[in-house]
Design a binder for this molecule. Sequence first.
Ligand SMILES: Nc1ncnc2c1ncn2[C@@H]1O[C@H](COP(=O)(O)OP(=O)(O)O)[C@@H](O)[C@H]1O
Ligand SMILES: [Mg+2]
Length: 226
Amino acid sequence: MIEYRNVSKIYNDNSCGLLEISTKIEPGEFVSVVGQSGTGKSTFLKMLTREERPSDGRVIFYGVDLSEITKGELPYHRRRIGVIFQDFKLLDNRTAFENVAFALEVAGKPNEEIKKSTAQILDIVGLGEKKFSYPAELSGGEQQRIAIARALVHHPEVLIADEPTGNLDIINTNEVIDLLLKINKLGTTIVLATHDKDTVNRINQRVIAMDEGRIIRDQKHGRYML
Ligand SMILES: Nc1ncnc2c1ncn2[C@@H]1O[C@H](COP(=O)(O)OP(=O)(O)O)[C@@H](O)[C@H]1O
Ligand SMILES: [Mg+2]
């Protein structure tokens, strides 16, 4: 389980990222974090990857207080979390297959395992047949699905998605959201930050609404309301 205990984040320039956030996310949940731009959604997610630390309060990740993780432990912590972004962050000079395999190479996995795992994951995201394509040869939705495949290579407990459909049209958006729903059904917890109203309403799962660093609403089968 993930738990935020009275978490506040004040950035160095005194701008406020989060204000006294307390909430829990259970394994297997699909949580959408919604709110206007600048309300703290990305800061909320960055607490989990330990890109940012709380100024006050604690974030507990499956029993581990994330403030106490050392630099040396960070890479291992980050393998428990997959992350995808609005701009995909793929390597343009590598194929779909190589983009996914790269994450396993960096972790020092043996070649045979890399080949097998990469092929399996590309099948899960439905892109087995495009494995030799370069990012520029793929649609935005396909590129994001490659990024999702890459995020899944270490079988993370949690997948974090920060505005993953922000650059996509409605068809590609639906393709990506359908994949996130499928991955969630396979057991991965998903925490999605978005300000896409239609997407949130279609997902029809828990919605945490934020405003100016605070949680203003938390509903089980929520809709996007601000
Ligand atoms: N690295 C940073 N340094 C200073 N202020 C920041 C930083 N990151 C975010 N902020 C500020 O924190 C607030 C919340 O930002 P953010 O979490 O990115 O919101 P959202 O993702 O909802 O758009 C904003 O006022 C933003 O300007
Ligand atoms: Mg953001």
